[in-house]
Write a protein that binds this ligand. Structure first.
Ligand code: NAD
Ligand code: GDD
Length: 351
């Protein structure tokens, strides 16, 4: 039985990856600062630990591992990585994790390691025209990412590649382009546009208005999580090391994307464009290299993943609204905690 270690297993992509590896018959150890908030993943072992601490990394990486998937990072959507407020933490936290992991992987002679880089490494000067962004892998240099998050990713790509050159670390590197889907961040300040816009639409009553950052003409492509996991597994099973894009080529403006979500909701909702953190003006995956190297590229239409994601977030919003109707109250002043529905005499006993 193959043994895999998923770093960042309490996160969005890590959680889905654990499930996939388990379904393929792997023995899986997951590590994260926290448990997964939504998916109760049957990892064989789940260790709560801080990968900035070299002792934790020493503990979780052992000689018996066949594969490591390094997904742990301090990251979020435009509202987290493009405001400038978290730059020092993002650079420090993620770089220290990667320094620890690369070093320990060589020490323990790990057979293969996957590193999750990002489309944010591409130079800003290639992403100024929203209708014609250039994100071919070979255009990464001269480097000029528009965020510190992108610079750290570029540094860590180079870190893993130098461990390959000097110590034969067998590495695979993917540059993810905005991955979305169920079980991802949707309301904690780290959510990306797909989850944020689904949440805004789900929360807004019929004939209401949602706020969308920027003029809405900026473009992106979004890849549904299932195809992202397919791409990771195909890359890992190949002899191609990358760096290679894993993303969708279905580019869309943010306002058109919001309209797609509104249509799925069947509500009548208007869009109000407001100032907000925007990131690059245009971005789209270029899938020539992945198709040439692996004979595979994502093909699922965007609307299919958006439909699933909207309904998942709609349920979350509804459940939260229902929860908000309950307030803690102990009617008999005893030790039992009850919840009382506001404005009614109904009590719900808490377990
Ligand atoms: P995520 O935030 O859901 O998952 C990252 C996980 O890493 C989190 O659960 C977090 O708690 C964990 N982590 C952070 N610091 C840690 C530490 N010190 N010790 C242990 N765990 C720690 O993000 P995700 O969307 O699942 O992304 C996974 C990886 O893919 C990240 O490296 C991210 O930068 C990269 N990526 C993601 C996207 C995307 O669109 N989701 C795009 C480009 C790159
Ligand atoms: N998050 C968010 N929330 N974005 C919004 C919103 C909103 O309510 N309204 C409009 N947007 C716009 C942003 O201004 C940005 O121009 C665009 O939607 C996409 O935003 P995000 O999905 O948050 O981020 P991104 O695509 O710019 O970058 C993300 O993807 C990269 C990989 O492609 C980030 O998660 C990066 O960390 C990641 O590496």
């Amino acid at each position: 039985m193959k043994k895999a270690l998923v770093l960042g297993a309490g996160g969005f992509i890590g959680g889905h990856l654990v499930k996939r590896l388990k379904s393929e018959g792997y023995w899986v150890r997951g590590v994260d600062l926290k448990r997964h908030p939504y998916s109760y993943i049957p990892a064989n072992e789940f260790i709560i630990g801080d990968l900035r601490d070299p002792k934790v990394v020493e503990l979780v990486i052992d000689e018996n591992l066949d594969e490591i998937y390094q997904l742990a990072a301090d990251m979020g959507g435009a509202g987290y990585v493009f405001t400038g407020e978290h730059d020092a933490d993002v650079m420090h936290n993620s770089a220290v994790i990667n320094l620890n992991v690369a070093h320990e992987s060589v020490k323990k002679k790990v057979k293969k390691i996957f590193y999750s880089s990002s489309a944010c490494i591409y130079p800003e000067y290639n992403q100024l025209d929203p209708d014609n962004p250039k994100c071919e892998e070979s255009t990464a240099y001269p480097a000029s990412p528009d965020s510190e998050y992108g610079w750290e990713k570029l540094f860590s790509e180079r870190l893993y590649l130098s461990y390959k050159r000097n110590y034969n670390l067998d590495v695979r590197i993917a540059r993810f382009h905005n991955i979305f889907g169920v079980d991802g961040a949707w309301n904690n300040g780290k959510e990306k546009a797909p989850a944020a816009l689904c949440r805004k639409v789900a929360e807004t009553p019929n004939n209401g208005t949602i706020e969308v950052w920027g003029d809405g003409l900026q473009t992106r492509s979004f890849l549904y999580i299932d195809e992202c996991i397919d791409g990771i597994r195909k890359l890992m099973n190949s002899n191609f090391e990358g760096p290679v894009n894993i993303g969708s080529e279905e580019m869309i403006s943010i306002n058109d994307f919001a309209k797609m979500i509104i249509k799925i909701s069947t509500k009548n909702i208007q869009i109000k464009n407001i100032q907000g953190p925007e990131g690059v003006r245009g971005r789209n995956s270029d899938n020539n290299l992945i198709f040439k190297s692996l004979g595979w590229k994502p093909t699922q239409p965007l609307s299919i993943g958006v439909e699933k994601t909207y309904h998942w977030i709609y349920q979350k919003v509804k459940n939260k609204e229902a929860d908000d109707l309950w307030e803690y109250e102990s009617p008999n002043n005893g030790s039992t905690i009850y919840q009382k529905k506001i404005g009614s005499s109904t009590y719900k006993k808490m377990s």
